[in-house]
Design a protein around this ligand. Structure first.
Ligand SMILES: NC(=O)c1ccc[n+]([C@@H]2O[C@H](COP(=O)([O-])OP(=O)(O)OC[C@H]3O[C@@H](n4cnc5c(N)ncnc54)[C@H](O)[C@@H]3O)[C@@H](O)[C@H]2O)c1
Length: 396
């Protein structure tokens, strides 16, 4: 296997932790480690490609059997499951958290958990298996927010079918995510293909718990007047953004209602709340919010929740393509800067990332959102409510 992660970094989170992860076929240190001092933990994991259940007994005396077992499971899964260095590192960190929790108590464990969330950009809740045993389909999952959400769902224990029309990219992303991810081609403008991917989830995993209707397009023009609206382009945009969502809700509900449970998520947009963008795109995203509201009551009575997520601008390929029309001379970096500054209501204190949307989706898909139904979760840093009115501000 060779060296996967030769060395990692020093991190400071209350305690100072040094994580050193490496891979070696010849090392005899199967699992060496742990030096615990007053405010200092050094955990060194030596990954061995051949590490298998047979080596599970070779342990450091510092580690108790439970943690050794977790460690071996994690390493074996990482080694044989994905071959991804990132996944190995994440798995290793999760094991370290287990070791840490037992050794240092819950407060410090929470600090470490928060660190891991900050490091990899994903959820910081104490449980990393918030979707354990769940099966999800995510459309538009080969890239951007859909990709990030697939990663977050897998990390939280779900089996995910990534549905997209970019086959090579989708397959590569699924391979990177490991055995719990699977790519299937699905053009969301075709109802039959949506029905097929829902059926695929049931055939492969016996159920569908989460349907995330995320794929969408900008339409041919992101600016433009209603007066010159091309209705053929309007129809195409509505088919990709709104009709597709309705079909996704319909077919997910077909298999969820009989089971009496499920969660359907639909990507809308701040453009569905505000005007000022092209009519076709804005109308299509307003329709997504409308579709969610129209069916939430009916599906809720069958234990199926349906919610929308409205992201503000995130510099994904989708966004860069759309804004290139407004800033034709600008480089992708110029556009990214515009998104992060001029179009960011948070004053530079935070910038919207794909992982923010993944975490929003995780929350809505998890049991923590058990009573959240028919909602539009707007993730926009206050953009849609933070406009300064053109009148004198009240004196504070
Ligand atoms: N990026 C933003 O600023 C932003 C803001 C608000 C809402 N959105 C919404 O997010 C979604 C786009 O996601 P992203 O920004 O991560 O973009 P992205 O370009 O990174 O990903 C979009 C994915 O959707 C796929 N896709 C496009 N048409 C499809 C079709 N007919 N069938 C199946 N898959 C298809 C693409 O292949 C791509 O992989 C859209 O619904 C868009 O309206 C984006």
């Amino acid at each position: 296997m060779g060296c996967l992660i030769s060395a990692w970094s020093w991190i400071r989170v209350g305690a100072t932790i040094r994580i050193f992860v490496s891979s070696s076929e010849s090392s005899s240190d199967d699992v060496s480690t742990t030096c615990l001092q007053k405010n200092f933990i050094e955990l060194k994991l030596v990954f061995i490609a051949a590490l298998a259940p047979a080596t599970g007994g070779v342990v450091s005396p510092d580690l108790d059997p439970l943690n050794i077992q977790l460690l071996c499971i994690s390493v074996v899964q990482s080694t044989y499951g994905t071959g991804s260095a990132t996944t190995m590192l994440r798995s290793a960190i999760h094991v370290l958290l287990s070791v840490r929790a037992l050794r240092r108590g819950p407060t410090a464990a929470a600090a470490l958990t928060a660190f891991v969330g900050r490091y990899d950009g994903y959820s910081t809740a104490s449980s990393h298996q918030r979707l354990a045993g769940k099966v999800a389909v995510i459309t538009g999952a080969a890239s951007g927010m859909g990709n990030a959400t697939a990663a977050e769902f897998v990390r939280n224990g779900a089996k995910v079918i990534l549905a997209d029309i970019q086959d090579d990219l989708g397959k590569a992303v699924a391979a990177e995510l490991g055995p719990d991810a699977f790519y299937a081609r699905c053009d969301v403008t075709d109802e039959d293909q949506i029905a097929a991917v829902v059926d695929l989830a049931v055939a492969r995993h016996g159920q569908l718990d989460i349907m995330y209707n995320h794929a969408g397009v900008t339409g041919s023009k992101i600016t433009g007047s209603i007066v010159s609206l091309d209705l053929a382009d309007f129809d195409r945009t509505m088919a990709a953004n709104a009709r597709s969502v309705v079909a996704g809700i319909k077919h997910a509900a077909r298999v969820m209602v009989p089971r009496g449970s499920g969660c359907i998520l639909c990507t809308a947009s701040t453009a569905g709340i505000l005007g000022g963008i092209t009519p076709a795109y804005g109308i299509s995203k307003a329709a997504v919010i409308g579709a969610v509201r129209a069916v939430a009551g009916e599906l809720g009575r069958h234990g199926v929740r349906v919610n929308a997520i409205s992201p503000h601008l995130v510099p994904t390929p989708f966004c860069l393509r759309a804004l290139a029309e407004i800033l034709p001379e600008g480089s992708p970096e110029d556009i990214k800067r515009m998104v992060e500054t001029a179009l960011n209501e948070m004053g530079g204190t935070a910038v919207l990332q794909v992982e923010d949307i993944a975490r929003a989706a995780l929350y809505l898909a998890s049991g923590e959102a058990n009573y959240v139904n028919g909602h539009n979760l707007v993730v926009d840093g206050g953009y849609t409510v933070g406009k300064i009115p053109s009148m004198p501000a009240p004196m504070l």
